[in-house]
Design a protein. Sequence first.
Length: 312
Amino acid sequence: MAHTPRWNATDIPDQTGRTAVVTGANSGLGLATVDALARAGAHVVLAVRDPRRGEAAADTVRGARGSVEVRRLDLADLASVRAFAAGWQGPLDLLINNAGVMNIPESRTKDGFERQFGTNHLGHFALTNLLLPHVTDRVVTVSSGAHRLPGNHIHFDNLNLTGSYRPITAYSQSKLANLLFTLELQRRLAAAGSPVRALAAHPGWAATNLQGADASALRRVVMRVGNRVVAQDNRAGALPTLYAATQDLPGTSYLGPDGLGEMRGAPTMVGRTAAASDAGTAGRLWQASEELTGVAFPSLDGQEVTAEAARP
């Protein structure tokens, strides 16, 4: 039987002439994503909270066939999100919502949201909708296998988990929100007659600096061991995102590693929980997110889609 080579970053189609934005791009999965897209010829914008660190990261990529630039974006500050979007001009082929925080101690964004939900979901929700009139091809949002945590759901009566905060509960809620956001975004794009697609991906277990911020000392130890024994490196962890970003896939596709437990391996289509597939919950989350951020789905080519439009 002939051996089928595993898909990797060298299989990315030529990206010359395409522009991408990658959030959280100064390290880890984000920087690996930037590097691969730039090597394939794209112009990639590193959207980062700390431009100085972003420039240092960009220096490791410069010299690739494509080009890179750094722009400031703090997803935990809606004013920063609005400023980034207001400064955008021209077409944007690809938006990759990669940035995130994981299992951190309880804290708030500048706008008062629980930081994991506010950064991982609400910041990207606002950014996507504000940039959407410029997007020509697709939006890829990075979720996590943590969305499968037993009993995980959107806490609509207490999205900030006030008085009942647990780091893992907050993180898994935010990752479930990423998938529900992708589901509802695709529904709205289709209803508006837009060719833009919304997709999601997860990296499996990738050794990144996210684990070092875990609120639990015990989990930090477990993560350090797992990073050495189980985890993929950043380049392998970025492959599902890159596959979602560059292959001809339908909207709402969810990509992850093909290995045992989706921990590592080559990118492939993967499943999601029933909670992550619930269109009613996705619509409710979208409405709540609009109310919290003050950002709504934009008019595309003069056709605006409301929360009720085109709903079965």
